[in-house]
Ligand binder design. Structure first.
Ligand SMILES: Nc1ncnc2c1ncn2[C@@H]1O[C@H](COP(=O)(O)OP(=O)(O)OP(=O)(O)O)[C@@H](O)[C@H]1O
Length: 290
């Protein structure tokens, strides 16, 4: 039995428009299913939990990374397996696992694919995420991208937003604690996570491994705008980590203390937080994958 949690606004309405095709494909495959459509942001978590507790073996997020985040938190601690129909804008979680964009192929992964157990991470003991948490210029960009999503799509949303914030950005002072190490930095970019992609295909954490029991952490301290302009294109290919100005660490727990509330993105969702604690959660997510 498969539950589809559809976020009707994901991908600029693409998720909603896919519903008739989902029904047609599922009818053909003779598999029990039910479609739940969210009515407001956050309802995906509630619907996913209800579905998991009422016996649906697979609970599929039909949307982008925000929808996946809601389903991950909804099915946490249940027997249900996370499925993804990647019809959002960025789809960075699905990209890491090569989950097909073609609807029928993505549904086949739910029905016949493997179940992979992967690490997640928890923020301030409240929210579990499966991809990347970031602050600094990347989260300022995400905040700006919300506006750009109305008229652009895919990687262009984030690239245009980035150009917009690039010249206005002022690094903020933070204390960073990673396991036993302590650092003081003026953050240009900070990212910690278990997967690699951010912002619709940027390879922000190229070395991330969702089975190693660690968070990958990437820090760029205060740098000139010229250096930033050199660094950013490299993020597309994940080769930025070879630069000296990019610090890379691995840790089980990372704490950040900023001097004020700063925007933090968690799998694409934006929160405003002063103190951030991120802990890896070994084997937290069961995922239908290829
Ligand atoms: N019914 C709804 N009405 C308004 N917002 C919703 C509704 N259901 C879910 N949301 C919110 O929509 C937001 C965007 O969803 P999602 O991230 O899945 O799509 P996207 O932004 O197109 O894709 P991506 O994050 O991969 O770029 C999420 O914050 C989610 O909480």
């Amino acid at each position: 039995m498969i539950a589809f949690i559809v976020n009707p606004v994901a991908g600029g309405g693409r998720a909603y428009r896919k519903i008739p095709e989902i029904r047609r494909i599922m009818k053909k495959k003779l598999i029990d299913y039910k479609i739940f459509i969210t009515k407001y942001a956050g309802e995906g978590k509630i619907l996913a939990r209800k579905a998991a507790l009422s016996g649906f073996k697979v609970v599929a997020a039909v949307g982008g990374d925000g929808t996946v985040l809601e389903v991950v938190n909804g099915i946490k601690g249940t027997q249900a397996v996370l499925g993804i129909i990647p019809v959002g804008t960025g789809n960075d979680f699905a990209r890491f696992f090569h989950i097909p964009k073609k609807l029928e192929k993505a549904i086949d992964v739910l029905i016949m694919g493997n179940i992979k157990i992967i690490d997640g991470a928890v923020i301030n003991d409240i929210l579990t995420f499966g991809n990347i948490t970031s602050t600094g210029i990347a989260s300022e960009t995400a905040a700006m991208a919300v506006r750009f999503k109305k008229f652009l799509s895919g990687i262009w949303v984030y690239l245009s937003a980035l150009l917009n914030v690039l010249f206005k950005y002022k690094p903020y002072s933070v204390k960073i604690k990673m396991d036993d190490k302590e650092l003081n930095r003026e953050i240009t970019i900070f990212a910690a996570g278990v997967l690699s992609y951010y912002g619709g295909g940027l390879k922000l954490l190229p070395g991330a491994d969702p089975n190693d029991g660690y968070l990958d952490v990437m820090i760029v301290d205060k740098i000139s705008k010229i250096k930033l302009l050199v660094l950013l294109p490299l993020v597309l290919f994940g080769t930025h980590t070879k630069l000296k100005i990019v610090e890379v660490y691995r840790a089980k727990k990372v704490e950040i203390e900023a001097d004020r509330e700063v925007p933090v993105t968690v799998d694409g969702e934006i929160l405003y937080i002063k103190n951030l604690e991120i802990k890896v959660e070994k084997d937290a997510i069961k995922l239908c994958t290829l």
